[in-house]
Design a protein around this ligand. Sequence first.
Ligand code: OOG
Ligand code: MG
Length: 267
Amino acid sequence: MNGPSTQTLVDSLAVRLDDAAVTRTPCAQLSADHELSVDTAYAVQRAVVEQRRSRGEYTVGVKLGFTSRAKAAQMGVDDVIIGRLTSGMIVADGDEIDLGDYIHPRAEPEVAFRLNRDVVPGTEAAAAWDLVDAVAPAVEVIDSRYRDFRFDLSDVIADNTSAASAVLGPWRSLGDIANRGVVLEFDGRIVGTGSTAAILGDPLRAVSAAVRMAHRYGISLSAGTVLLAGAATPAVALQAGTTVQATVSGLGRVRFSVASREKASDD
Ligand code: OOG
Ligand code: MG
């Protein structure tokens, strides 16, 4: 479908986004000078992830965006989107991240699922429950590569849905998670609250949606794939020196701290 000139454009836009991430320098929205279709935007996303692969990373999961009204309203985009999580994005529970590795990171509490098998195209969407072997509380750190965290639908798809890091809490077997309270805290202060019911009405629906979208955009889903269902609350900007904790009622909690190289050298 893509002719050579489209591929050249896709590659050059991917390099623009990858450079922004690597140098922590925000770039202009692609939509400022290109009208990209959703399909072309996903092609750019694939090429962006290819850049990470060339540095030794590999794909470990997928994430959905804008599965809740709170997120759609915050960012002004209300189509569900899918992005890729790579090995370099995964942060262990209790670890520290460094602000210097990001442009303008924000945290949002999420629910993570883990797939128990390779999911091939054509798998019944209704069998979502059967595809999941574990669930965990998580925090996604998003970091738009665009100036001022502003984008349109194609921009954010091309930018791998602002994916930057995913902090995963302890896995447990899947139970009823349809209406669980979600709390995000910075240093013990509540900065966001919501319910898992805000995620497509039931976060398990995110599994069916992810399977459908992954197959549509050529993302393979193998056993062990991590799936972030999308935030139920608006994302909150991170600051150095903060301990971030997300709790999903009945699922437990996940925590990480935010350091800053600059601050350390000032001290
Ligand atoms: C895009 C990513 C949206 C979610 O959970 O809805 C997302 C963004 O807000 O920058 O990850
Ligand atoms: Mg998210």
